[in-house]
Design a protein around this ligand. Structure first.
Ligand code: FAD
Length: 383
């Protein structure tokens, strides 16, 4: 058994909690702090005291992965209930199915095409240049009519910039299907923890080697530790001394309504004249208990540029941000005794399964370096 190290983990989201658990299981003494008053970071869920509905407080979270080890890992800490995510989209006075599939195409164009006919029909409209921007990618994928209806204005609302300025990579996440398959995700494992993500994270942190302190910001910690795992914003760690990395923030307005209200978990609003990007009706994330609710909770979600006091949600990663990121990464490389991890610590959009995978890999690296009395890499995640 190697000499136990004292480790401070900043952030009780999935990244910090997985790292804490792994380090504690390897015999190290871990203190986890978070400035919020709850565990689980942005995956936080809690039952609404009036309706009993499990609410996803920072936006809808569906666990999906193709990584078997990550799947087995979450199953150690939660009962994972099978869940199939479907998303609808309002365009004008019509409701369509997303991702764009054969049903969407036929409904939109008022046709009854089979898969081969639809493929040829869309190909005839698509502009096939080498996609550089989001707009190029959208036009290449679906042609001008579907792009304008489903992506152009929605993307402007979501990102606050013209889609021609966004990288093509953002749209790689949305497939186009020439079948009637409207399963939003393609991964083999798709589920939602029965008792919510916060209970799952609490189970991860339930270990004799882990102490948790909520309502505690990193900047107020004076005690020395052998090592730190930092999952807060990278630029904040360095007191924004080189400038602020750009983020989009989200505003969530929760409302109690009669159940059922919109009849599905997530409805996107694609038109420019509707301020919100989507409405979430939370009870649909728990089909196994849905029948018992007579009242429902819905959340209107709008997107805005993040200011200094806002919660940073989506890294914008435009060219200026990438240049600044490279400078912060260089600073991080020179900072000994700290591992930068997670969506904020590495300034990257990470799905939950990827956040867990990276936390497992980073903690394995740390445990191995501690055992060899070697200096761990400081920025194992540099992208
Ligand atoms: P976070 O959850 O942000 O945790 C970081 C924690 O650090 C926070 O609790 C914060 O309070 C704390 N912290 C920061 N700075 C400090 C400091 N200085 N001192 C103390 N504490 C600090 N992924 C999916 O797989 N499926 C989905 O359906 C999905 N939907 C999403 C929807 C939205 C709207 C968003 C924004 C993300 C979604 N994600 C989804 C991604 C998911 O939220 C992330 O993968 C996950 O939150 C990453 O966890 P994390 O620990 O890296 O970061």
């Amino acid at each position: 058994m190697p000499e136990p190290k004292s480790v401070l983990v900043i952030g009780a989201g999935l990244s910090g909690s997985v790292a804490a658990r792994q380090l504690a299981e390897a015999g190290h003494r871990v203190t986890v702090i978070d400035e919020r008053d709850h565990l689980a970071g942005n995956c936080h869920t809690a039952r609404d005291p009036e309706t009993g509905v499990m609410v996803h407080h920072y936006g809808p979270h569906i666990f999906h992965t193709g990584d078997r080890q990550v799947w087995e890992y979450v199953n150690r800490f939660a009962v994972m209930m099978p869940y199939r995510h479907q998303v609808k989209a309002r365009v004008g006075d019509q409701v369509y199915a997303l991702p764009i599939n054969l049903h969407t195409i036929n409904q939109f164009f008022g046709r009854a095409m089979d898969p081969a006919q639809a493929r040829a029909f869309i190909a005839a409209q698509s502009r096939s240049t080498e996609p550089v921007s989001f707009e190029d990618q959208g036009l290449a994928f679906v042609g001008p009519a579907l792009y304008a209806a489903f992506f152009r204005d929605y993307t402007r609302k979501q990102w606050g910039v013209d889609p021609a300025r966004l990288p093509a990579s953002i749209l790689k996440r949305l497939p186009l299907r020439f079948t009637y398959d409207d399963n939003y995700f393609a991964h083999p494992y798709q589920a939602i923890p029965r008792d919510g993500y916060t209970a799952m994270v609490a189970a991860m942190l339930d270990h004799p080697g882990i102490t948790v302190e909520l309502n505690r910001a990193a900047e107020t910690v004076t005690r020395a530790f052998d090592h730190q795992v930092y999952t807060g914003p990278l630029d904040r760690y360095f007191s924004h001394r080189l400038g602020r990395l750009g983020y989009r923030t989200l505003h969530f307005e929760h409302e109690r309504v009669a159940a059922p209200w919109q009849g599905t978990a997530v409805m996107n609003y694609c038109d420019a004249d509707v301020p919100h990007t989507r409405i979430t009706e939370h009870m649909y994330f728990a089909p196994w208990e849905m029948a018992r609710f007579t009242r429902s909770v819905v959340t209107f979600e709008t997107s805005a540029q993040a200011g200094p006091g806002d919660i940073p949600y989506y890294p914008i990663r435009l060219l200026d941000d990438k240049t600044l990121l490279a400078r912060y990464q260089a600073l991080a490389q020179r900072t000994e005794g700290v591992t930068f991890l997670g969506r904020l610590g590495t300034y990257a959009y990470l799905d939950m399964d990827v956040a867990i995978r990276k936390a497992l890999d980073a903690s394995a690296h740390l445990i191995e370096a501690f055992a060899r009395h070697a200096r761990p890499d400081v920025f194992p995640d540099a992208a």
